[in-house]
Design a protein around this ligand. Structure first.
Ligand code: HXC
Length: 523
């Protein structure tokens, strides 16, 4: 017996298929799409169009439907279950993606939406290709109850299985609250869009009820907050279009998986290009700062770099560059902020970046100009011991080629922390301006010559005289080079040349660690 949807001929069936598809492709309808645009946001399909090379997107599971009947959901159609999933090409390379569609029930995540996301995540893992999630959702679909929570559980599980195996990128392009913020946090890179996105564990109403604090969504978890204060967000972008473009740029530095070759970008830059400007970048006065980013840009192919976390823990720089087309991860102190000192946030920022690079076989290049670890109760109570140890662990565990260049100060524990030889650096170089010591001259003399200084007629003059002797001994790279702790002292202008040849020489490096389940990094 014919039903309302039944058709007889093949051409009718094909027409019926077309009309069903057309309905689903309209998403939440014209009015909802208009609302989305009014908020300055693109729809999920528009975002995917920008992400993928033209006409390469292949949609997966368009016809999925929810099966909940609770709280009026039985009568509610949610086209494509509020998420568009599939795969396509980004600059010719295959990438998998899920984009939540806020125009359909606020992109809320129920059992079947979750299953669609699981499906493309499983495909990305099987295919060993990157996974990109564009989030724009009111969170767990309230009417469904526990199946929605179960859905998130399955996403977190897959995020974790995929960690270190395929690159995972999340862009939060709308509200994200509750447990829904944990999928982004489990991925490698988090993008946010200024003014239209926020992320928080509990929203302003709950906060007011529980602890009496009044705060707006923006002040609590907006893009600027998470890119300057918490470090949750790596890239805070001005709008959806910029956000997607930056995701494409990031992908250009990443391999498809930990078992895939690095993407090599053809370049006209030369491996033996000299960088004469670097010979004069270090100020004569040791306390004067300079811009470490100039050094990084000078040595990079075409003077290009991509800097995650540019606004958080600014005393530490992490960045991707290319040397002769090959991606390289750079870790560098930034003397412009807090003299480049190592603190809790800087250590966390560097450690996470080092582990990402190591997981995906991206060589590491470290530039050191560091006065030490930041002293004081605030840092001690915040656990600088554990956080600083994280960085030591990350460097020691990393088996990718590791090059270190000491450009100026390299003091104390921070000298070790910035990938010293004994943390497994393959080659450590120093500029003639390098100073490598347990601590600065004045502080050192106050300790080792306390009595002589106290007993001297002119304590200040005595301290100065002793400090000069100390400086002559340690405030140069020659003592360390004499012991082989520094492999080479190089002219700043030769830095790119040296790095290019060393990376080429170390290309086949392979190191194995002790057989075990996994390391226990201090978290
Ligand atoms: C079901 C939802 C929804 C949700 C939004 N909608 N969030 N439906 N479950 N979580 C629906 C609305 O009912 C509405 O449906 C449509 O989406 C658009 O929502 P509006 O409220 O009209 O939009 P707007 O004013 O822009 O506000 C967006 C919002 C708000 C700020 C996201 O909707 C909101 O506060 N939602 C609830 C957020 C939340 O508390 N989520 C649960 C978090 S807990 P109609 O049919 O009218 O178009 C969580 C647990 C995860 O996620 C745990 C994992 C371990």
């Amino acid at each position: 017996m014919a039903t309302e949807n039944s058709t007889n001929t093949t051409s009718e069936k094909i027409r019926d298929y077309g009309s069903r598809k057309k309905t689903l492709m309209r998403m939440g309808g014209r009015e909802m799409v208009r609302k989305q645009h009014e908020l300055g946001k693109l729809t999920a399909r528009e975002r995917l169009d920008l992400l993928f090379d033209t006409a390469t997107f292949q949609e997966v599971q368009l016809f999925t439907k929810h099966r909940s009947t609770l709280f009026g959901l039985g009568e509610k159609d949610i086209p494509a279950e509020g998420v568009i999933t599939g795969f396509g090409r980004v600059d010719g390379r295959v990438v998998f993606a899920a984009a939540q569609d806020f125009t359909c029930s606020g992109g809320s995540l129920g059992e079947m939406q979750a299953k669609k996301i699981w499906k493309v995540m499983d495909m990305a893992i099987a295919a060993k290709k990157p996974f990109v999630s564009l989030n724009d959702s009111g969170g767990a679909r309230i009417q469904e109850g526990v199946p929605a929570l179960d859905g998130y559980g399955g996403i977190f599980y897959r995020n974790t299985l995929a960690s270190g195996y395929i690159p995972q990128i999340t862009a939060t392009m709308g509200p994200t609250a509750g447990g829904a913020v944990y999928s982004p946090a489990l991925t490698d890179w988090v993008f946010m869009v200024k003014r239209s996105s926020y992320m928080c564990i509990t929203g302003p109403d709950v906060i007011k009820a529980v602890i009496g604090e009044e705060v707006t969504n923006e002040a609590l978890g907006g893009a600027l907050v998470h890119s300057t204060k918490s470090g949750v967000c790596h890239f805070a972008m001005d709008n959806d279009r910029d956000c997607i473009n930056r995701i494409r740029t990031l992908l250009s530095y990443l391999p498809d998986s930990c078992h895939s070759p690095l993407p090599i970008m053809p370049t006209s830059d030369k491996p033996d290009r000299e960088c004469p400007d670097l010979n004069s970048i270090i100020p004569d006065k040791p306390s004067k700062s300079y811009d470490m980013k100039r050094i990084i840009l000078e040595i990079a192919d075409n003077h290009e770099m991509l800097e995650p976390h540019a606004l958080w823990a600014k005393n530490m720089i992490v960045a991707f560059i290319r040397i002769m087309g090959c991606p390289v991860g750079v870790v560098a102190n930034n003397p412009r902020f807090g003299a480049g000192v190592l603190d809790v946030s800087a250590s966390d920022k560097a450690a996470r970046f080092i582990r990402f690079c190591d997981a995906f076989n991206i060589p590491l290049l470290t530039f050191a100009d560091v006065p030490g670890y930041l002293p004081g109760t605030r840092q001690e109570w915040a656990g600088i011991i554990t956080h600083g140890a994280k960085m030591l662990h990350a460097y020691s565990e990393a088996t990718v080629p590791k090059l270190t260049i000491v450009v100026r100060k390299d003091y104390g524990g921070a000298y070790i922390g910035m990938c010293s030889k004994q943390l497994g650096a393959d080659y450590v170089m120093a500029w003639p301006s390098a100073e490598i010591a347990v601590m600065g001259a004045e502080g050192a003399c106050n300790i080792i010559y306390r009595r002589e200084i106290q007993e001297a007629k002119d304590s200040a003059a005595k301290r100065k005289e002793l400090a000069q002797t100390y400086e002559a001994q340690f405030n140069n790279p020659y003592f360390a080079a004499g012991l082989g702790i520094i492999d080479e002292i190089i002219l700043p202008m030769d830095t790119r040349k040296r790095i290019a040849f060393l990376l080429e020489a170390l290309k086949e490096k392979s190191e194995h660690r002790l057989p075990k389940k996994h390391n226990n990094i201090p978290l």
